[in-house]
Design a binder for this molecule. Structure first.
Ligand code: PMP
Length: 426
C-alpha cells in the first residue's frame, strides 16, 4: 500500500480535521524503544511521544497485556485482584498520608470530565478557572476549559494568562503578584456573577503554553487561594506525570503543591487506553453520596490494570525517573549550547525529559518565528528525528521523548537540530 494512496483513503474516511504530523505524513509500521520504523524502510528517532513513556512496544508491557488478555478481561463489576493491587500501588505514589482514592477512566478527556463533575457537585458551584492557552480534552464540558479548542466559552469558565517570564521581563516577584491579582479578581468575578468557584484546573507542565518557567511556589499559592475561596485544585498530570520531570514522580510535587484531584492519562498504560481520576477520599465519598454509581465499562479492566502495573514496574526497575533527570540535564545543556550559536533560538527551558525551544525572528523584539518552527520540525522529520511545536504562537519546539532516551539518542537529536537550524532562516 503506497503512502499516498493510504493518505487519500484516510482523508476520505476520517476527514480533514483528524490531524497528522508533518508535511510528509509519516507512515509507520513498527515501534521499538525510542524508534519508530517507517513503511519507507527508515527508522526515526522518537523525541516526541510521551504515550510510549517506557518505550514503544516495551516487551514487559506487551507481555503483561497479552498474558492478562489470554486469561481474562472483564469490567470492574467483578472482584479482581489486579485491579485492586494496581489502584493501591498507584495511590501510594502520591505519598504517605495523602489518602487518595482511584476512579478509572479510558482517556485524559474522560478523567478531566469526571474531575469537573466532582468539583462542581461537591462545591455546589459551577465556576472553573483554566489558563488562556490550555488543552485538557475534548468532551463538551472539558472543551470549554481547553482554550485551544474553543475560543469562546460560557459564564462557567474563566481563563487567566500564565506567567511568561521570557516575554515579560518584570521579574518573578512582580509576575507572581500580578498572577495572584488576576486569580483573586477571577475568583471575585465568579462570586459576583453567582457562579461561585468550583475549582482550578492546571496542566502541571503548562505544556500547551510552551512550558514557561514559573516562579517557585506559584502553583501552591494558586491552589491555596482557590481552596480559601471554597474551590478545589485539579492537577492535570496527563502530560507531566509518571516521572517525566525527573526530580519527582508527579509535576505538582515539583511545584510543592497539594492537589485535591489529579487526572492521569497518556503514559499511564504506555499506549493502552488507561486513565484515572485520583481524588482525596473525602471528595470521592461526597461524590458517591450524590451519585451512588460510577461505572465505566472499559475503564480499569484487568488488562488495562496489568498494563498500568507493568508501566510502574518498568519505571522502577529501569530507574527511569533518575534516568530522565540525568539525560534531561545533558539535553538541556546541549540545547543551551545550540542557543549560543543559533540566533533563531530565543529561549530554552525544560526539566527532566520535557523541553521547549522558543524560536524568534529577532532576539530583541522576540517576534515569534512560527514559520521557522514549522520548517524545523518538518526538516527534522526528514532527517529522521521526530519533534513537534506548540505555544500560543506555534513557535516553540516541543521535545518530549520516551523516558529510555539515552546519551546516544540525545547526541543524535542535538546534532540533527544543529544541522537543521543552520538551514532555516528566521
Ligand atoms: N490533558 C492534557 C494536559 C493533555 O495534553 C491531553 C491530551 N493531549 C488531555 C488532557 C486529553 O487526553 P486524551 O487525549 O487522552 O483525551
Amino acid at each position: 500500500m503506497s503512502t499516498a494512496h493510504l493518505l487519500e483513503r484516510r482523508q476520505a474516511i476520517l476527514g480533514r480535521n483528524a490531524p497528522l504530523f508533518y508535511e510528509q505524513p509519516l507512515h509507520v509500521v513498527r515501534g521499538e524503544g525510542v524508534w519508530l520504523y517507517g513503511a519507507d524502510g527508515r527508522r526515526y528517532l522518537d523525541a516526541y511521544n510521551n504515550v510510549a513513556h517506557v518505550g514503544h512496544s516495551h516487551p514487559r508491557v506487551v507481555e503483561a497485556i497479552a498474558a492478562q488478555a489470554r486469561t481474562l478481561n472483564t469490567s470492574t463489576r467483578y472482584l479482581h485482584e489486579t485491579i485492586v493491587d494496581y489502584a493501591e500501588r498507584l495511590a501510594a505514589t502520591f505519598g504517605p498520608g495523602s489518602d487518595m482514592m482511584v476512579m478509572f477512566c479510558c482517556s485524559g478527556s474522560e478523567a478531566n470530565e469526571l474531575a469537573l463533575r466532582i468539583v462542581r457537585e461537591c462545591s455546589g458551584r459551577r465556576g472553573v478557572i483554566s489558563t488562556a492557552h490550555s488543552y485538557h480534552g475534548n468532551t463538551a464540558a472539558v472543551s470549554q476549559v481547553s482554550s485551544i479548542l474553543s475560543r469562546t466559552h460560557g459564564p462557567e469558565v474563566r481563563r487567566i494568562p500564565v506567567i511568561d517570564p521570557y516575554r515579560d521581563g518584570s521579574g518573578p516577584v512582580s509576575l507572581l503578584d500580578r498572577y495572584c491579582t488576576d486569580m483573586a479578581a477571577t475568583i471575585d468575578g465568579f462570586a459576583q456573577d453567582g457562579q461561585g468557584l468550583a475549582g482550578l484546573l492546571l496542566c502541571t507542565g503548562l505544556s500547551s503554553e510552551g512550558l514557561p518557567e514559573q516562579p517557585a511556589g506559584y502553583m501552591k499559592r494558586a491552589a491555596e487561594m482557590v481552596r480559601a475561596a471554597g474551590g478545589y485544585f485539579i492537577a492535570d498530570e496527563v502530560q507531566g506525570g509518571f516521572g517525566r520531570f525527573g526530580s519527582h514522580f508527579w509535576g505538582h510535587q515539583v511545584q510543592g503543591a497539594q492537589p485535591d484531584i489529579v487526572t492521569l492519562g497518556k503514559p499511564m498504560g504506555n499506549g493502552h487506553p488507561l486513565a484515572a481520576v485520583i481524588a482525596r477520599r473525602e471528595l470521592v465519598e461526597r461524590f458517591t453520596e450524590l451519585n451512588p454509581m460510577y461505572f465505566n465499562t472499559f475503564a480499569g479492566n484487568p488488562v488495562s490494570c496489568a498494563a498500568g502495573m507493568a508501566v510502574l514496574d518498568v519505571i522502577e526497575d529501569e530507574g527511569l525517573v533518575a534516568h530522565a533527570q540525568a539525560t534531561g540535564e545533558l539535553i538541556l545543556a546541549g540545547l543551551r549550547d545550540l542557543a549560543s550559536r543559533h540566533t533563531l533560538i530565543g529561549d530554552v527551558r525544560g526539566q527532566g525529559m520535557f523541553f521547549a525551544v522558543e524560536l524568534v525572528e529577532d532576539r530583541e523584539t522576540k517576534a515569534p518565528a512560527g514559520a521557522a518552527a514549522k520548517a524545523v520540525i518538518n526538516r527534522m522529520a526528514e532527517a529522521g528525528v521526530l519533534i513537534s511545536r506548540i505555544g500560543p504562537f506555534d513557535n516553540v519546539l516541543k521535545i518530549r521523548p520516551p523516558l529510555p532516551f539515552d546519551r546516544t539518542h540525545a547526541a543524535q537529536l542535538l546534532e540533527t537540530l544543529d544541522q537543521v537550524l543552520a538551514t532555516v532562516a528566521a
